[in-house]
Design a protein around this ligand. Structure first.
Ligand code: CA
Length: 221
């Protein structure tokens, strides 16, 4: 799951980014409204966290412009305590939810989960393909009942594949979904991670991740 965090307070942005990454979110940070808008029009996000007081282009303007460009991704605005007018305007202007600063990570995660469920109906509970089970909420992967320890990116890739069993994902698509925009990762990085992931999964059963030559990867029993 990928989220855009538009926040100009560096310390807050860093803290939230770390907390979200710990929960397996891929996080892009934009420190001003113009960058946020450009990111949101370029990358597929599952949710957008939008500070209302941003330099260059404020949150309200970013939100309006995204909606007018047909971007329907869930937007959670971050406002200050006395920002009642902002919140009303924000909700009227196309935002889906809001959080009042100071932001508490646990509440933010709960709102994000609710938001991404609303966006695209997907199983909120654990995912299963053949004898592999993945629980997005706890970050636990098992095969045949045995827990498999995965690195963060391996987990993300597996989650992406398992959310759409049988669907083909190109390396570029996996890069877009599992790595932040400023990452230097390329096709070779994806290949390496898939290799590691296979090694760990296949130690507990037959091969599940298929390579479709020159096109990409899919998971199929
Ligand atoms: Ca701000």
């Amino acid at each position: 799951m990928r989220v855009l965090l538009a926040e100009d307070e560096t310390l807050l942005a860093e803290t939230l980014k770390e907390g979200l990454e710990d929960q397996h979110w891929v996080v892009d940070v934009a420190a001003d409204g113009e960058t946020a808008l450009a990111f949101a029009l370029t990358y597929p996000y599952d949710a957008i966290l939008l500070d209302w007081g941003l330099p260059k282009l404020d949150g309200a303007a970013v939100c309006r412009q995204l909606r007018s460009e047909g971007v329907h991704t869930g937007i959670i605005m971050l406002t200050c305590r006395d920002g009642l007018d902002d919140r009303v305007r924000g909700l009227d202007g196309g935002a889906d939810d809001y959080l009042v600063k100071p932001v508490h990570l646990r509440e933010l995660l709960a709102r994000l989960r609710a938001q991404s469920r609303r966006e695209a109906p997907r199983p909120a509970a654990r995912l299963a393909v053949a004898d592999v089970e993945l629980d997005p909420a706890t970050g636990v992967v098992t095969r045949n009942g045995h827990e498999i320890q995965l690195a963060r990116k391996e987990f993300l890739i597996l989650e992406i594949l398992m959310r759409a069993p049988g669907r083909l994902f190109s390396k570029a698509e996996l890069l877009d979904r599992a790595w932040p925009a400023d990452s230097a990762a390329g096709d070779e990085t994806v290949r390496t991670h898939i290799k590691q992931l296979r090694k760990k999964l296949d130690s507990e059963g037959p091969a599940l991740i298929r390579t479709v030559h020159g096109l990409g990867y899919k998971i199929a029993p």
